[in-house]
Design a protein around this ligand. Sequence first.
Ligand code: DP6
Length: 423
Amino acid sequence: MSADTDAIYMTTVSAGTNIAVIKYWGKADADFNTPLNDSVSVTLDQKDLRAVTTVAASNRFMSGGDRLWLNGVEDCGAATNRRFRACIDGVKALATDKTADDGTVVTKAMWQSMPIHVSSFNTFPTAAGLASSAAGYAALVAALADLMQAREEFPGQLSTIARQGSGSACRSLYGGFVAWRAGTKEAHWLDSKADCIQPESHWPEIRALILVVSDEKKDTSSTAGMSTSVATSALLNHRATVVVPERMTAMKAAWNAKDFETFGKITMQDSNQFHAVCLDTYPPIFYMNDISRSVIRIVTAYNAFHQSIRAAYTFDAGPNAVIYCLQEHSAEIGALMLHYYPAPDSNTNDYINNAEFATEAAAIALDPALLDACNRTGRRDPTVGDVRKMYYTQSGPGPLPVSDICNLDPQTGLNVYTPPPSK
Ligand code: DP6
């Protein structure tokens, strides 16, 4: 049976963010959006932070063309936006004939001619250095692939499409510990793709505590910052050619061996070097602020007190801190962070996303000697308001189908998502 020419075909998919422990910074080819160096990240659990994306295809959208709503607001320039186009057109090229729920067959050619509507929302602050674009573009590509039954011509091809939406998005197409291989011009950058090193089940004890220092939009976008760094930072070339290749090998071995000491040390060193490159950029770029730096000092004092690396900070293109640790130390680290960055009132439920963890952390009596050591090195008085929210999460899976949410009206294909009122 051939397909109803007016039907609306729709699907919803979610994807998690990822936080790199070897950072991507600097493009080898801006047109293909390929990186100067390999990078590696942890995909975070969608239960805590995710993008939820509904995509619809229909001939009924012919007059309006492709449309995108982000967090309930239409982005009117999307149809001609290069990144959005690369994802839509890239997945359409891989579409296959699909039997719809009503038994009709939508052919590859039909998918390719139908305009697309997209509505996506994030469950966390957008563009504040929490990799919202990574989750968003990964969910977009995964949803389009599901809708049009796209078939990869080689493993990882969908990640080469997500990469063109936002580089870091390619890593969110897989769960667990995921590398992005820089790739080569000789291979037309088809080898610039994500590669799952270990699924999330490999090291289930890994936790991430995220301190949202600011949910304002960042000053310098990653794309603009990278371009200035490539043009002006002498350190960046050394980082990409000498430091990162060695760190990638050591990092992969540490993850495979579940060696937190090495994992944590390289994570912190690589974050430091990324921000050193930002400072080495002319004019310099500042993503971290005084609050970010106070987190670094407290984590450093905490590790020194225990004479081992139990907490590892990392910062992306924004002031928010992500602290990786093992589950066995997470309550103590949570208690320490709650001590220096207290909740505005005794009700921590709005402040920490995970009530069980909040209760566990609040019940910890911190060793006075630890506080003394942190007070000396951390040079920070506990202050309410510097951190707006904390997320406690772990490593999670790649994109997942969503059956209980639909951001587009099945009858009209128009956005129905409205963001919850801000507190
Ligand atoms: C600091 O992936 O946002 O988070 O490819 O230009 O969209 P574009 O950049 P983006 O850069 C992320 C940079 C980083 C480090 C990382 O995630 O590896």
